[in-house]
Design a protein around this ligand. Sequence first.
Ligand SMILES: Nc1ncnc2c1ncn2[C@@H]1O[C@H](COP(=O)(O)OP(=O)(O)O)[C@@H](O)[C@H]1O
Ligand SMILES: [Mg+2]
Length: 440
Amino acid sequence: MRWSQAFLPVLKESPADAQIVSHKLMLRAGLVRQTAAGIYAWLPIGFRVLEKIEQIVREEQDRAGAQEMLMPTLQAADYWKATGRYDAYGPEMLRITDRQERELVYGPTNEDMLTAIFQGSARSYRDLPRILYHVQWKFRDEIRPRFGVMRGREFLMKDAYSFDLDEAGARISYNKMFIAYLRTFARMGLRAIPMQADTGPIGGDLSHEFIILAPSGESEVFFHKSWETLRPAEDYAVDANDAESLQAFVNSMTADYAATDEKRDEAREASLAGDLRQSRGIEVGHIFYFGDKYTKPLGFTVSGPNGDPVTPVGGSYGIGVSRLVGAIIEASHDEAGIIWPEPVAPWRVGIVTMRADDEASVSAAESLYAQLTAAGVETLYDDRDERGGVKLGSMDLIGLPWQVIVGPRGIAAGTVELKRRSTGEREELSVESALARLTA
Ligand SMILES: Nc1ncnc2c1ncn2[C@@H]1O[C@H](COP(=O)(O)OP(=O)(O)O)[C@@H](O)[C@H]1O
Ligand SMILES: [Mg+2]
């Protein structure tokens, strides 16, 4: 992409209405614009990041055996009446009446609808287990939308739903999602800590929130210091088809203490002494077992292995895809701007010409841009007629992992500067070596 032709509206000044750093940077770097309270339009650069995050989420869901589908945003209220949630859900649910006076809701979640859809076609135990998911916009009429996309009213969520014959099976589905979540967040360069969360009336231990540590987070969290180091996604390789090793792995990942405010354990905290840490955190994912909460009111049964009817049990598994854009920025930025982890960066490389009026620089940059693009390297070329300093500032702000800085003096000697955004390290290289490095 050529910056001169892009819609990439960066702002010099920090917008006054934004309180936290990720919201400020998302506005300044031209990722989003608010269109109504808690509702955002995703501009091209923001949309690229959103899509990358979505793709990682998708790959890890697929890898765990979940199947993607797509349910609509608007749902007939009847689905909610059938499970008894229509009245229970409260004012967060946006209720709409169409011209035929039919009641609809803008879906805040999809348990009710999907259970009904699945019920329509699942007949026997052989139709189980299944994990189905979609990535779709949700609406929750939050009383206090704030912090930009972190707590929006309309937001993009990946929500998966599992159906199993019994609780032992449901636990396997849960564990598969548990690992998928660890891998998903690690691939985005995030250290997400699985914390025991409230299970509500069902009880048990099958609910975890995945939390990123950040001072702006809405939750107060307490954990063993071992969680302070990030583990790469490869460390989470476990054979998901072997229920025992799956369970052993989940046990090992939940052995070290980690709890949100509501689930604190004083005795365990006391035993940790100096190893206890406290921080604020952002919830980026939440997995939950709810048994027959939705299948039972719908009278959903399948015929079991011995022919008797069995009520399937299930869980749901959410990831805040749009919230993650903000969460990643909270975890990865400096005074100059965003520092995108490579897997979610809108482009991998940014080329900057220091002097747009220097022919040799421009032709070197043009050729670099053409070659990088031809090699499949996602590149943004800042070819604007602006001062070099301004362009470097914009490039730092939007946070691409690599910058190639092309200036008249270097080009005269056949060199460019390669800058790594995360460390600020700059290296002078021949044009060929820079190319080789970036296409390796
Ligand atoms: N208002 C919101 N804005 C952005 N993301 C949200 C919002 N509410 C929930 N999410 C994301 O969706 C995930 C699943 O939602 P869920 O656990 O049902 O929400 P909550 O914790 O608010 O009850 C959360 O972990 C979070 O990442
Ligand atoms: Mg939650």
